[in-house]
Ligand binder design. Structure first.
Ligand SMILES: Nc1ncnc2c1ncn2[C@@H]1O[C@H](COP(=O)(O)OP(=O)(O)OP(=O)(O)O)[C@@H](O)[C@H]1O
Ligand SMILES: Cc1cn([C@H]2C[C@H](O)[C@@H](COP(=O)(O)O)O2)c(=O)[nH]c1=O
Length: 207
């Protein structure tokens, strides 16, 4: 059996991940892959309950509590969804994974990256996505897109300075892991982003 692949999509809020995830799912299905679409925080009943607490716009929590809950949801997600699907030979596409913890809790909240390294090691060992598509967008553009569609959640209520730190941390991750993380310019119009994505999927030959 051909082993499955694990693809993650990352970016600041409003970068366009969810929009392009739907396109990617369709594209890979048309190539005969069995696709499991999931998200973080979430993806399991417990993870979705944690997501509600984490995104609740009236909620407050210590930055370390936030990081621990993200990794707790991830442990469950790996155990119940991601690893079993990959073992069956399915492909898994996740709207966010561990890079988001480094970007939001590390970059945005300022938690020590070594603490996140330890949590990562504890929860997933050496396991990493086969491919991460990072949708890079200017903070102002992401915010405009989000504001146009829904009221902000607890993260989306953060100031631009927070999102600049998140974006910088994502770019640092992309620099550190150039073979895994592909940067896509998501400031472009939808069709152009889709074309870039199409080229990447074809050129990296993950199929
Ligand atoms: N390149 C683009 N040009 C114009 N509009 C876009 C582009 N990409 C996405 N959008 C629009 O921006 C809005 C937010 O997109 P989407 O929900 O895909 O972002 P997201 O990265 O998943 O955000 P979040 O992380 O907050 O869920 C949607 O209305 C979508 O149609
Ligand atoms: C996995 C993960 C997520 N976050 C943040 C990033 C987003 O603001 C929300 C999820 O909302 P989305 O609409 O599904 O993008 O959660 C985080 O801070 N840390 C994480 O590890």
């Amino acid at each position: 059996m051909t082993p499955g692949k694990f693809i993650t999509l990352e970016g600041i809020d409003g970068a366009g991940k969810s929009t392009h995830l739907r396109w990617l799912e369709k594209e890979l299905r048309s190539r005969g892959k069995t696709i499991i679409v999931t998200r973080e925080p979430g993806g399991t009943p417990l993870g979705e309950a944690l997501r509600e607490l984490l995104l609740d716009d009236n909620g407050t929590m210590h930055a370390e509590t936030e990081a621990l809950l993200m990794f707790a949801a991830r442990r469950e997600h790996l155990d119940k969804v991601i690893l079993p699907a990959l073992a069956r030979g399915d492909w898994v596409i996740s709207d966010r994974f561990t890079d988001a913890s480094f970007a939001y809790q590390g970059g945005g909240r300022g938690l020590a990256m070594q603490k996140l390294d330890s949590l990562e090691q504890w929860v997933q060992g050496e396991f990493q996505p086969d491919l991460t598509l990072y949708f890079d967008v200017m903070v102002e553009v992401g915010r405009q897109r989000i504001n146009a569609i829904k009221p902000p959640d607890r993260f989306e209520k953060e100031q631009d300075a927070f999102f600049r730190q998140v974006r910088d941390a994502y770019l640092e991750r992309a620099h550190k892991f150039p073979r895994r993380i592909v940067v896509i310019d998501a400031n472009q119009p939808l069709e152009e982003v889709k074309e870039s994505l199409d080229k990447i999927i074809s050129s990296i030959c993950i199929c």
